[in-house]
Design a protein around this ligand. Structure first.
Ligand code: ADP
Length: 262
């Protein structure tokens, strides 16, 4: 490394270089700690379903013949837990793929995308409504925007009552397009609002246990949002529930916008 870099003989430059080197080392250290934490969290999350699978396999092996009535229940657990592992692995792969990804950004009609997404919602469960002006254009990646809003709608469904309504609203103001997904569910406590975007974080593990999930959905959505040069935030709905807002660049690519302003 030092062979390819010109080593300065001026003490001021040496000092500046050592500060820069220290900064690099610190950031590398932080990255290593983050990666280590990630691997440890991921292993823990994968180990839980795997332990259940192996436990029930051993149960079947030892007692299956004498107590065949136990078998279907064990098979059910094995099925659920292996599906959970599959979801986890797919989500983990998606997260890691996005670490070095760049997205193809283009102009697209967000109104049409949202109308299609809302129309494709399953008829059972909560009602999902859409409101927005016609022909709102964003400069982003349509596929990932669809995935982000799908994840928000799916969460709204998971964390709100069966007979409630979920509202998808599309608005435009200046340089931004805002897509909000509002539910009347249990809401996100103030202290948890930042943390729900962290990998594997789920509000109140006991409460979340009843609802299937990995704690990776919002981390993926957040990362996709950043790749779209957007922002993803959560606030309270009144009198209850939560509102997630996805902000995207509006209209034309920035370079065209600049020349428009001249
Ligand atoms: P999960 O797979 O647990 O749903 P997410 O990353 O999508 O993972 O969400 C993280 C946590 O944020 C959830 O476990 C839940 O506690 C909370 N959360 C997300 N969306 C909502 C919502 N619409 N209402 C209430 N809580 C939510």
């Amino acid at each position: 490394y030092h062979e390819t870099l010109p080593v300065p003989d001026n003490p001021v430059e040496v000092h500046a270089l050592s500060i820069e080197f220290n900064r690099l080392l610190n950031s590398l250290n932080r990255q290593v700690i983050r990666d280590h934490q990630f691997v440890s969290d991921a292993s823990h999350e994968l180990r839980t379903p795997l332990t259940a699978i192996r436990g029930h396999l051993s149960l079947i092996r030892r007692h299956g013949e004498a107590h065949p009535e136990l078998v279907p229940q064990s098979l059910e657990v094995i099925d659920t837990e292996s599906l959970r592992m599959q979801h986890l692995i797919e989500s983990l792969l998606q997260l890691s793929r996005m670490d070095h990804a760049t997205l193809a950004l283009a102009l697209f009609d967000v109104t049409r995308l949202m109308q299609g997404l809302v129309a494709a919602q399953p008829p059972a469960g909560q009602r999902v409504t859409f409101q927005g002006a016609l022909g709102v254009i964003a400069y982003a990646n349509a596929d990932t925007v669809e995935q982000i809003v799908s994840a928000l709608i799916s969460n709204a469904r998971k964390y709100s009552p069966e007979d409630s309504t979920i509202e998808v609203l599309l608005q435009e103001s200046g340089q931004h397009v805002f897509i909000t997904v509002t539910d009347t569910g249990e809401g996100v406590p103030e202290a948890e609002k930042k943390r729900i975007f962290d990998r594997f974080y789920r509000v109140d593990a006991a409460r979340s246990k009843e609802v299937a999930g990995t704690g990776l959905g919002l981390a993926i959505a957040n990362r996709m949002t950043a790749l779209n040069h957007g922002q993803l935030t959560v606030s309270d709905n009144q009198p209850r529930g939560s509102r997630f807002t996805l902000t995207l660049p509006a209209g034309k690519p920035l370079s065209e916008k600049k020349s428009d302003n001249i």
